[in-house]
Design a protein around this ligand. Sequence first.
Ligand code: FMN
Length: 200
Amino acid sequence: MPTKKTNQKIKNLNILLGVSGGIAAYKVVDLASKLTAAGAGVKTVMTDAACELVGPKSFEAVTCSTVFTSLWDTPGEYEIDHIALVGWADIVIVAPATANIIGKIANGICDDLLSTLLCAASPLIESGATLLAPAMNDNMWNNPAVQRNIKTVKKMGFQLTGPETGRLACGTEGIGRMSEPKGILEAIEKIASKIKHKKK
Ligand SMILES: Cc1cc2nc3c(=O)[nH]c(=O)nc-3n(C[C@H](O)[C@H](O)[C@H](O)COP(=O)(O)O)c2cc1C
């Protein structure tokens, strides 16, 4: 049974879910819900652009956890969030990963909470516990700067799932669709198996 298998692999892991401003952000609410149902602890960090596309309350409701949207506002107890969140996480995912956030990661740019915590996540990146699910228009994906950044983030140690070829939000067909939540879940399960193996 797929659900049981998922529960065993992901249960009790702390998953930090970064959501950047791609139109596929609405699908990631479903992913957050599936991860939570599988027994993972899920904390969500959203960029300003992501908040324009999906309300933080949706993630808050499905994960039963506070959503982090700012480097400067620290919800709850005082902590330096970008460090505390990375310390808490077993796995960090960014879905959808925009051309912009991929560019920031590749170039060490830290100008909001998500990009800053990703820069602080070096141990997780090196151990293969970070996953990006790129999603963008095909012309953006094929842009040489984006391709250069993709090569860089892979070389740094980020795992990637997708993008897929198919119908894009702009109405055209091409490469750039975010992997479906099921595919992202499978990629997380693969990472989780390795991590749980190491944790033993
Ligand atoms: C409706 C809408 C949909 C967008 N979808 C995408 C997308 O799928 N992928 C992408 O890379 N950028 C997309 N963008 C552009 C990004 O939102 C923009 O580059 C933004 O600066 C990304 O910021 P972030 O990476 O901090 O979230 C979209 C913009 C709009 C207005």
